[in-house]
Design a protein around this ligand. Structure first.
Ligand SMILES: [Zn+2]
Length: 271
């Protein structure tokens, strides 16, 4: 599933590709993926809209529309947003929503597994993804993170994945940040020392920033809005590296399950 760096990369690509374009018509071929405000039909509601900017909130791509409405897209497992240049009439396979722009280009939402969703939000809709703080925002200070863990008994890895606390961190970057900070993923959050919490805060920000610079991690079928793979899979220390040597101490990486999610870590240097 795309996480913050992948969604950020996709959103930046889309911002370059479709900002300023006006929707001519929309075709929805799988109704459950395209959700409109009550009493509106998605296709009709989106027609005529101009895209003012494309950004990201948590793991959502957010199209800001000229009418002040927003289109929030969650790609889930296999969703893709693909820009179709003018002249390419055929949508890509598994396209459930095809948006045609007035200049002849288009944007397809394709999703093999059909878990992704596009939700059109009314102008005054208070939607804010799942509410967690953006980890690369100014508000996510070291001290804020230190106090977020007070009284939290959940394993630290599960805490990092909770989108109501921190937005956008998923399995890959939780594993990588915990390795970088030298913290065992199953540790109860409140039992982590303050210096270790500060190390983890820095590691979360650092790993996300480096992954954005590398244009995301392609371990499954992630590609960005231009169809390009990311590069951070070549920099992963632990994620998906069962049995391979830890880059810090050369011990074999192990895999356990925490909160039903596969978790890769080093028994020697994560305490
Ligand atoms: Zn190690």
């Amino acid at each position: 599933m795309p996480e913050l760096p992948e969604v950020e990369t996709i959103a930046r690509g889309l911002d370059r590709a479709v900002t300023g374009k006006t929707v001519a018509r929309v075709r929805v071929s799988l109704p459950k993926v395209a959700i409109a405000p009550a009493s509106e039909r998605f296709e009709r509601a989106l027609a005529g809209e101009t895209i003012a900017a494309v950004g990201r909130r948590g793991k959502y791509v957010v199209f800001n529309l000229a009418s002040a409405r927003r289109l929030a897209v969650h790609l889930r497992m296999t969703g893709r947003l693909i820009v179709r240049q003018a002249g390419y009439a055929e949508p890509v396979p598994y396209t459930h929503v095809a948006i045609a722009f007035t200049d002849g280009s288009g944007l397809d939402f394709a999703d093999v597994r059909q878990f992704g969703r596009m939700r059109l939000l009314a102008e005054n809709d208070p939607w804010d993804a799942d509410g967690g703080i953006e980890p690369l925002s100014e508000g996510f200070t070291s001290e804020a993170f230190v106090s977020m863990l007070d009284g939290r008994r959940t394993p630290i890895k599960s805490f990092l994945l909770d989108q109501t606390r921190i937005a956008g961190v998923g399995n890959i970057y939780a594993c990588e940040a915990l390795w970088e900070a030298g913290i065992r993923p199953s540790r109860p959050s409140h039992k982590i020392s303050k210096p270790a919490r500060r190390r983890l805060h820095g590691a979360v920000r650092s790993v996300l920033q480096r992954a954005i610079e590398a244009r995301g991690t392609s371990v499954d079928d992630y590609v960005d809005a231009e169809g390009l793979k990311g590069g951070f899979q070549n920099q992963l220390a632990v994620y998906g590296r069962l049995g391979e040597p830890c880059p810090r101490c050369a011990s074999a990486i192990v895999r356990t399950v925490i909160g039903q999610r596969g978790t890769w870590w080093c028994r020697t240097c994560q305490k």
